[in-house]
Design a protein around this ligand. Structure first.
Ligand SMILES: NC(=O)c1ccc[n+]([C@@H]2O[C@H](COP(=O)([O-])OP(=O)(O)OC[C@H]3O[C@@H](n4cnc5c(N)ncnc54)[C@H](OP(=O)(O)O)[C@@H]3O)[C@@H](O)[C@H]2O)c1
Length: 207
């Protein structure tokens, strides 16, 4: 797709990762509706910072977890409740979330299930051997679902359609990629070490 003039190369690049993935998970997989209660685990990361904005713009009531240093950022993205995962368990039984989007794979379907509403969906982009049976079983038993997708494996025309809608939202000022750091290619090792520490605020770009 052509990059809009108004968008920097760095911002355009990150749209294809966290923003596009969260868009696909919340809209297509989780089918979030206005008024839904959505919990985003890892609300300050690449997927999470996009997810909070997307869910809030869809009219959901958004709760999100992060550490205390990122609470203000996550609230500014549209979360009505920010939970510090170091001191509070966000997966309170009976919480009644319609969607729990575990962007970093820090929970499991069995841990999330008691906090889901009756037909709630647990979405996780991180596929592990432990998560696979839960995804298969939940499609057969009960009304709560565990769902996975690989956004990048969607057909190109579908990805283009999603990106086109994302660009419209960006143009309207309703969505904005969160940029943490931009590294020069010569600092690739440092960039990897920073990302792998698992605490980036939004996105990291190497260019
Ligand atoms: N399936 C797909 O299509 C797809 C596509 C793209 C990415 N992914 C996967 O999605 C995952 C997330 O990627 P990302 O780039 O968004 O990750 P990221 O930016 O590194 O995530 C960082 C976030 O995780 C939070 N966090 C770290 N440790 C935590 C813990 N113990 N409990 C709760 N939150 C914690 C951080 O909060 P603090 O910094 O405040 O601690 C921050 O909000 C990766 O595994 C990636 O491979 C999948």
């Amino acid at each position: 797709m052509p990059k809009p003039e108004s968008l920097s190369h760095a911002d355009a690049a990150v749209l294809c990762d966290g923003v596009l993935t969260s868009w696909h998970f919340l809209r297509n997989l989780g089918q979030v509706q206005s008024g839904d209660r959505v919990l985003v685990l890892g609300g300050s990361g690449s997927l999470g910072s996009a997810a909070v904005q997307i869910a809030a713009a869809m009219g959901a009531d958004v709760s999100a977890t992060c550490s205390a240093r990122n609470a203000d950022l996550v609230a500014s993205l549209g979360a009505t409740r920010v939970i510090d995962y170091t001191s509070e368990d966000a997966l309170r039984p009976g919480a009644g979330y319609d969607v729990i989007f575990d962007t970093v794979g820090v929970a499991s379907f069995s841990a999330a299930k008691p906090a889901l509403a009756e037909a709630g969906r647990y979405l996780c982009p991180v596929l592990t051997m432990g998560r696979l049976p839960a995804i298969l079983l939940s499609s057969l038993v009960g009304r709560k679902r565990a769902l996975f997708a690989a956004a990048g494996l969607e057909k190109p025309q579908r990805l283009r359609a999603m990106l086109s809608e994302i660009l419209t939202r960006i143009d309207q000022g309703r969505l904005s990629p969160v940029m943490d750091r931009i590294y020069p290619l010569s600092d690739l090792v440092e960039a990897h070490a920073y990302v792998e520490a698992g605490h980036k605020r939004g996105n990291v770009v190497v260019m």
